[in-house]
Design a protein around this ligand. Structure first.
Ligand SMILES: CC(C)(COP(=O)(O)OP(=O)(O)OC[C@H]1O[C@@H](n2cnc3c(N)ncnc32)[C@H](O)[C@@H]1OP(=O)(O)O)[C@@H](O)C(=O)NCCC(=O)NCCS
Length: 158
């Protein structure tokens, strides 16, 4: 069956919630309520196969020149098939379309991001981040996630 990547719409909220909750329960992602997902649904891309949601990722604006990749996750059984890369590429194109040159993430999957053109940086260089999501995170005083960033070059398509 064909796998496609598209922008999310409100009918995806329940499946998105289930996928993200699964990772939130393992401490890999921050939980998102259905209400929050609906409010920010336009920032999500999803991968689907035969009408089933099998992956997601979103872009959150942290500043005029900086967006963050959030809630990036593939369903079990769909990892390692290039879907994460497909969604990151869609999010990078979205950042380009928004004329936002820097895309960051906080992650444990460092090699995945390195393979997608990101580099590891000191998370202290993103003070904007601390005042948005981190204040809601139980690990905020002992964050062990690694910050990665990709600076987009307008002349080179990803
Ligand atoms: C991390 C994740 C999104 C990657 O998506 P994916 O579809 O499995 O990744 P891809 O198939 O596009 O992999 C691209 C490359 O990254 C590497 N990679 C994939 N997942 C990785 C991980 N968790 N850690 C390190 N490297 C990883 C792969 O080995 C692959 O390398 P290759 O091309 O040399 O084989 C996915 O594994 C996932 O959902 N993980 C759990 C949730 C999570 O950690 N999300 C990240 C939060 S920021």
């Amino acid at each position: 069956m064909t796998i496609t990547c598209r922008k999310a719409n409100p009918t995806d909220v329940d499946a998105l919630h289930e996928l993200i909750q699964g990772y939130a329960a393992k401490g890999i992602m921050l939980p998102r309520s259905r209400e929050a997902l609906l409010r920010h649904i336009d920032s999500f891309f999803v991968a689907e196969e035969g009408g089933m949601l099998i992956g997601c990722g979103s872009l959150f604006r942290l500043g005029a020149d900086l967006v963050e990749i959030r809630s990036l996750g593939m369903a079990e059984g769909y990892k390692g098939k290039g879907l994460g890369t497909m969604i990151v590429n869609a999010l990078i194109e979205e950042a380009r379309a928004m004329k936002t040159p820097k895309v960051m993430a906080l992650t444990y999957a460092v090699d995945f991001f390195l393979k997608n053109g990101f580099k590891v940086v000191d998370k202290e260089i993103f003070p904007e981040k601390v005042w948005t999501d981190c204040v809601h995170c139980s690990k905020r005083h002992a964050c062990d996630e690694i910050a990665v960033v990709r600076v987009l070059n307008e002349s080179v398509p990803s």
